[in-house]
Write a protein that binds this ligand. Structure first.
Ligand code: ADP
Length: 187
């Protein structure tokens, strides 16, 4: 099963993906995690990405696509994956289509996790205290939410045209949201 998770920063994509991995036995591929890995490893790519991420802007499509391509073609992703953080704009959605069709693959589901903007801001503020991510400061979060509204929200329309979008209510406990996802995917 090939799944794309959509939703604002702080909507719970990463948290839900980790629970799905346990059941579905397919990897969780997060471009945010891949980028943070490159930063931690102090690669040239990581250094270039860090500045952009710390502003809350999007890293270049080429860089992210390159990382994604390497990851999606690894053996453990042969039977599927849960993609989190990609595509983040319509150009990336088109790149993903091309990449998957080259590999003779297609997406099965795009799950759009819907959470109120106030709730998202509160969750990220809490995460900032716990994890200390450099892009979780108030000003940067505001920019990330703008980038989401302008560039990422249209990705849902892109998949709507393919009729693979399901909206998931992101309110309630982690388990509540997971149960909604499992009901849709039937596992
Ligand atoms: P969140 O979903 O909370 O915004 P992520 O960990 O997914 O957090 O992403 C953090 C940052 O990494 C983004 O603000 C952006 O700078 C960069 N990033 C992640 N995925 C992509 C992508 N597909 N394209 C461009 N930049 C990305």
């Amino acid at each position: 099963m090939r799944i794309v998770l959509l939703g604002a920063p702080g909507s719970g994509k990463g948290t839900q993906a980790k629970l799905m991995v346990e059941k579905l036995n397919i990897p969780h591929i997060s471009t945010g995690d891949l980028l943070r890995g490159a930063i931690a490893a102090k690669t040239e790519l990581g250094l270039a990405a860090k500045e952009v991420m710390d502003r809350g802007d999007l890293v270049s499509d080429e860089i992210v696509l390159g990382m994604l391509k390497d990851r999606v073609t690894q053996d453990d992703a042969e039977n599927g994956f849960i993609l989190d953080g990609f595509p983040r704009n319509v150009a990336q959605a088109e790149m993903l289509e091309n990449l998957l069709s080259e590999l003779d693959m297609a997406l099965d589901h795009a799950l759009l996790i819907q959470v109120d903007p106030d709730e998202v801001v509160a969750r990220i503020a809490k995460r900032a205290e716990i994890e200390g991510r450099t892009d979780d400061t108030e000003e940067v979060v505001r920019n990330r939410l703008n980038v989401y509204a302008q560039q990422t929200a249209p990705v849902a329309d892109f998949y709507q045209e393919q009729d693979i979008v399901t909206e998931i209510l992101g309110k309630g406990s982690i388990e509540d949201v997971q149960a909604r996802i499992q009901a849709i995917l039937r596992f």
